[in-house]
Structures are given as C-alpha cells and as structure tokens.
Write a protein that binds this ligand. Structure first.
Ligand code: ATP
Ligand code: MG
Length: 559
C-alpha cells in the first residue's frame, strides 16, 4: 500500500482517520459497505455514499460490500432490492461476491444477545413502549431504572428464549442493553435491542418472531463482515457510543469503527426517499425514474452518465457539516462530460416552414457536417438539404427588436452547414401566426466553399422538411417551485406546475432516427438530449432534454 506519496492536505478527514488506524495497527485492512434499506429507489445522496465507500475501499486496496438492511420485516420489497443492485452497478461499483442481507445474520445476532445476557449486560424488560419512553428522562434529567433491570441471568436467558419461541405478544417484552440510565447520551439509557414482532420476513419467513433493533444489528453486521470503517451520515453521531459499546461488549477482534459525514443536500430539490415515494405514489410523477426526480434511475433516464455523477460527488467533497449544493453543479458536470464526447445534431423543436423560392423544386443535396466542431475525432456526416426546410419559430420575427440577428424581413442569415438565405416574404393565418417564410439563397455562400464575399451576424439551425423525422421532445424544469422552496409551512411540497413540457411536433435530422435508447447528443442551440430509455423508437423518436447549453454556474474556487 503506497499512501506515503500523497500530501496529507489532499486527504479528506475520513482518509486521515483510516491512515491513522492503519498506522497504529487498529486494522490490518480496509473494508467498507453500503447498507441501503430496500424500501425505495436510491437517489443522488445515496450515490454519494456508495461512491465514497467504494472509492475508499479501492484507494486502500480493500473490499466493498453491498448489504441490504432488512432487519425491519414490515417494509421490504423485492422490486427495491433489484433496482438498488441495478443502480449500484450502473454507477460502476462492483461488490464482487459480497452482496449480503442483514437477515442472513439473525442467528448470530440472537447469539450475540445471549452473550450480553450471560455477561449481565442485557435484560428482559416488561415495561410497555410508553413506559420505557417515560422512564428515559430528558437530556438534562436522568432516566429511572426499570424494575426488571436486576433480573438474574438465568431468568433473562429463560425469558429471552421464550420471547424467541413465541410465548409473548408483540410489545409484551423487550430485551434491553444494561448500560446507564443517567448517561447524558439518551441512546445509552438502556436502549431496546430486541423486540417481539409476529411478522413474516421476506427472507426468513416465520422463523423469527423477535427482531433486532437497528442500533444493535448494524454494528454486529459490520463486525461479522470484517468491515473496518462503517461510514454513515451525521444523524448517527449520537449513536456512536452505543455502536462502540456493542462491538466492545461482544469482544470482536478489530472492532469496526463508525465514521460520520454530512449528507448531500441539493438546494430546492426533492431528495428524501420519503418525498420521492410520495410523488410516485400520488402519481405526480411518472414512476421512480421520472426524469424530473433525482433518484439514480431518474438521472439515468434523463441522460446523466455515471461519469458525470462521479465528477459531481468528487466536486462536493466530504465534510462534517451539513450544507446544500446547487443543482447547477450537477448540470455543469454532465455538460463537461458530453460537450466534447458526443455528436451535435440539428433538431427543430418548434418548427415553422421555410421555402427557398430560388432553389430548384426537385433538387436535393447532401451537405457535409462535422459531428462536433470541437472534436474532429467524431468525424462528419451528410445532411440533406432541399427547397423546403423547418427552422425554429423563435428564429424568425416580423418586427424584431434591436440586436436580433436571426431571420426577419430583408435580413440575411447563415443556415448552419449550408447557405446564406435572405427573408423575402412570409405568410400568416387568421390568428396572426406565421405559417411560412419565403427566402432566397445564394449558391455562392455554400458552407465549406471558402466564400468570403460578405458576412452575416446570425447562424440558425434547420432541417430538411422532406427528410426530417417527426419526434417528441420533453423539456424539464425543477419539480419544486424555486421561489417558494421545497416545503410549505405545513410540510407539503411546493410544486412547479410547469416542470414538464412535451413538444410533440419536433423535426429532427434523419440520422437521429437511427439512435438507440439512452444515446446522448447535443441538439445544436437547444441543449443536450438523451433518447428516452422506455419510449424512444425509430418510428417515434422521443428525446429528453438533459440540460440546456448555457449556465451562469461557476465552479466554486478551491482555496
Ligand atoms: P433518505 O434520507 O433519503 O430517506 P435513508 O438514509 O433512509 O435515505 P438508507 O437506505 O437508510 O436511506 O440509506 C443507505 C445509506 O445511504 C446510509 O448509510 C445513509 O446514511 C446514506 N445516505 C442516505 N441519504 C444520504 C444523503 N443525502 N447523502 C449521503 N448519504 C446518504
Ligand atoms: Mg433509512
């Protein structure tokens, strides 16, 4: 392991802890895990946790485990297990043969509880949930000890076994750790570690009617798997003394260490699993992978790449204090990834017809167009040109303001990769809507011909009406009304009614009928788009806008 060549400043606080642990011999290896609860799809925050854990394992030549936290039998769902595996893989993370379920360890957890009882460190308590809560006291007021606290080891062993055997109803008895009812840390006031719950578990069926609590189960799972650093988010900081208590009392070799970091929050974006679930269940979005969401499945469908998400997570860094990141940074990352690597096509999203009066009726030309002017390696393609074209409605104005350099009566513009055209006339319908624009072209000005006779200020994109393929484009805005923020006073989401705009009368270059679902490219002047993974077909192309081309976003300075 060569960690010496790295300057310590370049390491984050977690790496510094690991370096120290390795140096001091607390661990002889590094192993991390990602422990999702299979009760929803993963989101961008989870991506941060996954990439952080995996990155650390990779950096220290260690191992990374995927572990489904299915200790709560009431909530799990097979659909979520599959989606989580898919998303983790898609991010480029490999758990090799180490995909585990917490429920795989129920036997060991039971044994661990018995061990604590034998050590006089756990007892069966008959108080109700309500009574336990009341007797816990407050932060500044010590709790009161349970009248069952001093049961003998024999009695506790007997009662715990009978809990396991189903002799008691839900809530009738619990097993509690015997720690300290006056600890300043509420989590240490004899926490419940096992409860009776007559529930069928998706993995263990009806084998168990007692289930371990998270704070007891998690450190045991970590220890069994040989996890060295159990990386979790800040809300568990107060639970760390209990984590340490469990692994120490159970006398594991190399007891795992819990390390907390701050959750990733995106400003004005719905990230919590609970809220995403609500949007899905209420039908406000079209499923867990609706491209407006920031679940990993949704980001993928929208057109984000694993590379862009990795870059984003890297830019965010790891920290000990909660903060919120601008969504524009995520957009910056996908632009960076796609800008040079993907071809640029012409697509007209809101078309109006252009007729070239002096272009021969039946003629057609196939013009050369570079696939990406900034990256010659992507080669070139031929695009058809003929007498009738479509351009964007916004690229023509009857009566333009100053500094409008696109098409208007009497003005000449360049048609990208083609000719100069000059507007000579236009027609409108009864409602005043422009229905066709007449232009003349100058054959001398053909793109690539070296013409230098005169210049024009505007360049617009177009497609050949005869050859273009009709398509649908889906444009997105934030689901949240940014003026109002994510939640209102009553905790309801402030939704933006315009978060989805469907344009179903677009025309695109014929080359775009050949792309596959999930292919990504730039539509010149309109943004980066992705062929929809579910709905795109050759017959009816559907493109999601990933992100527009421009932004005022600037990378935060690192100084
Ligand atoms: P949510 O807060 O969205 O409901 P969760 O924490 O309940 O998510 P889990 O499945 O329990 O979801 O989380 C799995 C792991 O992902 C945990 O280690 C958790 O700390 C981490 N995690 C969850 N949300 C974030 C986030 N926003 N940023 C970083 N890590 C996160
Ligand atoms: Mg959770």
């Amino acid at each position: 392991m060569d960690t010496e060549n790295k300057a310590p400043e370049s390491k984050n606080f977690i790496e510094q802890i690991i370096d120290k642990d390795l140096e001091e011999g607390r661990f002889d290896h590094v192993q991390t895990r990602f422990p999702p609860e299979p009760n929803g799809y993963l989101h961008i925050g989870h991506a941060k946790s996954i990439l952080l854990n995996y990155g650390i394992a990779w950096e220290y030549d260690g191992k990374f485990n995927l572990r489904f936290d299915d200790t709560n039998p009431a909530k799990e769902d097979e659909e979520f297990v599959e989606s989580i595996k898919n998303d983790v893989k898609w991010l480029g993370v490999d758990w090799e043969d180490r995909c585990f379920f917490s429920s795989d360890y129920f036997d060991q957890m039971y044994e661990a509880a018995v061990k604590l009882i034998k050590k006089g460190k756990a007892y069966v308590c008959d108080l109700s949930a309500e009574e336990i809560k009341e007797s816990r006291g407050w932060a500044d007021k010590p709790g009161t000890e349970s009248p069952y606290r001093d049961r003998s080891v024999e009695e506790n062993l007997d009662l715990f076994e009978r809990m396991k055997n189903g002799e008691f109803a839900d809530g009738e008895k619990v097993l509690r750790a015997k720690i300290d009812m006056s600890s300043p840390n509420m989590n240490m006031r004899d926490p419940v570690i096992y409860r009776v719950a007559h529930l069928t578990h998706h993995n263990t069926g009806d084998k168990w009617c007692i289930y371990p609590m998270y704070d007891f189960a998690h450190p045991i799972e970590d220890a069994i798997e040989g996890i060295s650093h159990s990386i979790c988010t800040l809300e568990f900081e107060d639970h760390r003394p209990l984590y340490d208590w469990v692994v120490n009392e159970l006398e594991y070799d190399q007891p795992p260490r819990q390390v907390e970091f701050a959750k990733l929050y995106l400003t004005n974006v719905v990230t919590g699993k609970r809220y995403i679930k609500q949007l899905v269940e209420e039908g406000i979005v079209d499923g867990w992978d609706d491209p407006r969401l920031v679940s990993i499945a949704a980001l993928r469908r929208r057109g984000y790449t694993p590379e862009s998400i990795r870059m984003f997570v890297d830019l965010c860094g790891v920290s000990k204090s909660n903060s919120s990141v601008d969504y524009a940074m995520l957009e910056y990352c996908i632009r960076e990834d796609l800008n040079l690597s993907k071809p640029r096509y012409m697509a007209v999203l809101d078309p109006v017809k252009v007729i070239i009066d002096n272009y021969p009726e039946d003629e057609e030309e196939w013009l050369d167009a570079p696939n990406n002017v900034k990256n010659e390696e992507l080669g070139s393609r031929k695009i058809p040109f003929c007498k009738e074209l479509y351009i964007e409605r916004t690229d023509f104005m009857e009566d333009p303001p100053k500094k409008y350099f696109r098409l208007f009566p009497g003005n000449e513009v360049r048609l990208m990769n083609a000719y100069f055209v000059k507007c000579v006339d236009y027609k409108k319908d009864e409602s005043g809507k422009v229905t066709e624009i007449h232009v003349t072209y100058d054959p001398e000005t053909k793109s690539g011909s070296g013409f230098t006779g005169r210049k024009v200020k505007g360049t617009i994109h177009w497609v050949s009406a005869k050859h273009a393929v009709k398509a649908e484009a889906r444009l997105y805005e934030n689901l949240v009304d940014e003026e109002k923020g994510v939640l209102d006073e009553d905790g309801n989401l402030n939704l933006n009614p315009n978060s989805l705009e469907v344009l179903d009368n677009c025309y695109v270059e014929p080359a775009l009928a050949e792309v596959k679902p999930e292919d990504k490219f730039q539509f010149m002047r309109n943004g980066f788009f992705c062929a929809d993974m579910h709905d795109h077909t050759k017959e009816k192309p559907v493109f999601n806008r990933i992100v527009s081309l421009k932004s005022s976003f600037k990378l935060p300075k690192n100084d």
